[in-house]
Ligand binder design. Structure first.
Ligand SMILES: NC(=O)c1ccc[n+]([C@@H]2O[C@H](COP(=O)([O-])OP(=O)(O)OC[C@H]3O[C@@H](n4cnc5c(N)ncnc54)[C@H](OP(=O)(O)O)[C@@H]3O)[C@@H](O)[C@H]2O)c1
Length: 328
């Protein structure tokens, strides 16, 4: 019976959502609770092994490939040494993330040891094929850009980088031609550019109007919504996927709400925490593809990735979220 429900829901999913085929055990735990584990063993193996968990995903406009709307950011917290104490929580996060249905990990050559730590841990775990690696290059000169990108391949222990972004527009004209060549040759799958600084928005917008990019990355959160004025609509017009950095304003948003309880209406959108409130506001923007909260603790992973499940706020609810936040 359960298998039947799963198969029916597979064919009735809304177009904007990706189906996520999970193991039988995962389905039982997440959907029915651990107590149901025994009863499912009576299902016919072929059907029950392919039951469905719905994850909210959006398409990359240039390819149609689906990306779950919550990823992981690695700045600062993944810049650690080799001790087990430092690496264990990060290993747990990178191991669990794709098991929950997640994919996109954002890093950068300029985040200290972060790329190396991600590369070491993912190769230890052996789940590179389940992840989407986004990294960044930040060099003024072409030769330095090439050296930095080669270092990223070696630190990330991969022969293919999913997304290479020009970091904060630095050296765009010199380095982007190489990024495009490497996309042509298959070493890089997507090209993009990032910023998190309003002073760069005018140049960023000009670049977006001129260039063909698969992705942009920009800061956008309840306490800084400037990107929604011009850049997000422009990305939609230009067919560019959008990653959102600093979704929590480096933690400022949590400080703002303090120990306040969530409004009752948040439950209408399956929001169970302030983190999910902040992330669902972001990923419900039609131009946004994926938010990348800094996630270095297993408890943050389950909380943050919860925002990729259930329903999303509509326009009226997004307005209410803004009003509530602005009133604080
Ligand atoms: N120009 C660029 O390209 C650019 C610039 C900035 C950032 N980025 C990217 O964007 C990512 C996100 O930015 P960010 O990490 O600086 O800031 P952020 O995601 O806005 O905030 C991270 C902070 O939120 C806390 N946090 C995370 N999940 C939480 C949860 N569920 N509940 C409570 N607190 C939670 C973390 O706590 P802990 O301190 O306890 O871990 C951390 O202090 C970066 O990691 C990076 O990949 C790109």
């Amino acid at each position: 019976m359960l298998a039947l429900i799963g198969i029916i829901s597979y064919f009735s999913l809304e177009p904007n959502y990706r189906t996520m085929i999970t193991s039988r055990r995962h389905f039982v735990k997440t959907t029915l609770g651990a107590s149901a584990t025994l009863s499912i063993s009576s299902l016919p193996l072929s059907a029950s092994d392919f039951l469905i968990q719905k994850i909210i995903s959006k398409a990359i406009p240039s390819s149609g490939e689906q990306i779950p709307v919550v990823g992981i950011g690695t700045s600062r917290r993944y810049d650690v040494g080799t001790s087990e104490e430092e690496r264990t929580p990060l290993r747990d996060v990178l191991k669990q993330f794709p098991k929950l249905g997640g994919k996109l990990v954002d890093t950068a050559s300029s985040y200290g040891k972060a790329e190396e730590v991600v590369g070491d841990l993912v190769s230890e775990i052996g789940n590179r094929q389940d992840l989407f690696f986004a990294t960044k290059v930040r060099q003024q000169e072409k030769a330095d850009g090439i050296a930095e990108m080669e270092r990223s391949f070696s630190r990330l222990k991969t022969d293919k980088i999913d997304l290479m972004q020009i970091h904060n527009l630095m050296g765009f004209d010199n380095v982007m031609p190489v990024v495009r060549e490497w996309k042509q040759s298959g070493r890089i799958r997507y090209v993009g550019a990032s910023t998190s600084n309003q002073r760069q928005y005018t140049d960023f917008e000009a670049m977006m109007k001129k260039e063909t990019l698969d992705f942009i990355q920009i800061n956008y959160s309840l306490d800084d919504r400037t990107a929604a004025n011009k850049i997000l609509p422009l990305a939609a017009d230009r067919g560019m996927a959008v990653l959102i950095n600093l979704p929590y304003g480096r933690g400022r948003l949590f400080d703002k709400v303090g120990d306040m309880t969530l409004p009752e209406w948040a439950a209408d959108f399956d929001i169970k925490s302030w983190g999910q409130f902040f992330l669902k506001y972001i990923v419900s923007h039609p131009a946004v593809t994926c938010a990348i909260p800094g996630t270095a603790k297993p408890k943050y992973l389950t909380d943050n990735f919860g925002a990729a499940m259930g329903s999303l706020p509509d326009t009226a609810a997004r307005k209410k979220m803004e009003q509530l936040f602005d009133s604080l």
